[in-house]
Write a protein that binds this ligand. Structure first.
Ligand SMILES: Cc1cc2nc3c(=O)[nH]c(=O)nc-3n(C[C@H](O)[C@H](O)[C@H](O)COP(=O)(O)O)c2cc1C
Length: 187
């Protein structure tokens, strides 16, 4: 027996990522759970941001941002960057994160995050409580510590998963792409 409830975005889990924005001189970080791959070719990612966030205008001004993948060990910092605003707090300083120059975009990346996905803002889709920023990936930096066959290694990175207000790390592997067909595929 199922019960129909009022419409809401009942979709989870999400990655918990740190999006850096602004400039090297005046950088900010916002924690984002509503981040996703949008297109493979050209490579595009999306982030959903509430227009009242301090980061929203920074991204609109520079027309770029960096999606940084944090390690699970940085979960406290991820929570902090999602709980205070850059208009009141220097989150780089508060988290002992180092802003470093990106390769392609003006927004700085977070040195301590092992994966940095630099994006040019391609489109802004105005939706309501959140607007969707669609970014074209301009450059990706991966720490050699987590690098495996030119991709981040899931176990080495140990990313953060967010589901209904709770932070998790990965659990057991229950299959691999194509295994139902007797095939193995890495995508
Ligand atoms: C785990 C987590 C995920 C979040 N995901 C989003 C999100 O996807 N979009 C958004 O607009 N805010 C999200 N937030 C809220 C912002 O990170 C939070 O309001 C932050 O303080 C805004 O910072 P800013 O004012 O410096 O931009 C999230 C917060 C947490 C803790």
């Amino acid at each position: 027996m199922k019960k129909d409830i009022a419409p809401y975005t009942a979709l989870f889990p999400h990655p918990a990522v740190l999006v850096s924005c602004g400039s090297l001189e005046s950088p900010n970080i916002i924690t984002i759970a509503w981040a996703s791959t949008a297109c493979l070719d050209p490579p595009m990612v999306s982030i959903a941001v509430t227009p009242t966030r301090y980061s929203y205008n920074l991204i609109m001004e520079t027309k770029d941002f960096v999606v940084n993948l944090p390690r699970a060990s940085d979960v406290r910092k991820v929570d902090l960057c999602g709980s205070v605003s850059g208009k009141d707090v220097d989150k780089f300083k508060e988290c002992s994160f180092t802003p470093e120059a990106s390769t392609k975009v003006s927004a700085p990346r977070i040195k301590e995050c092992p994966v940095n996905i630099e994006c040019y803002l391609d489109k802004t889709v105005h939706l309501g409580s959140h607007d969707l920023f669609i970014g074209q990936v301009a450059s990706v930096a991966i720490d050699e510590e987590v690098l495996m066959h030119a991709r981040p290694d899931t176990d080495k990175l140990n990313p953060i998963i967010y589901a209904q207000g709770v932070y998790y790390t990965f659990g057991d592997i229950i299959g691999t792409h194509g295994f139902s067909m007797g095939e193995a595929d890495s995508e």
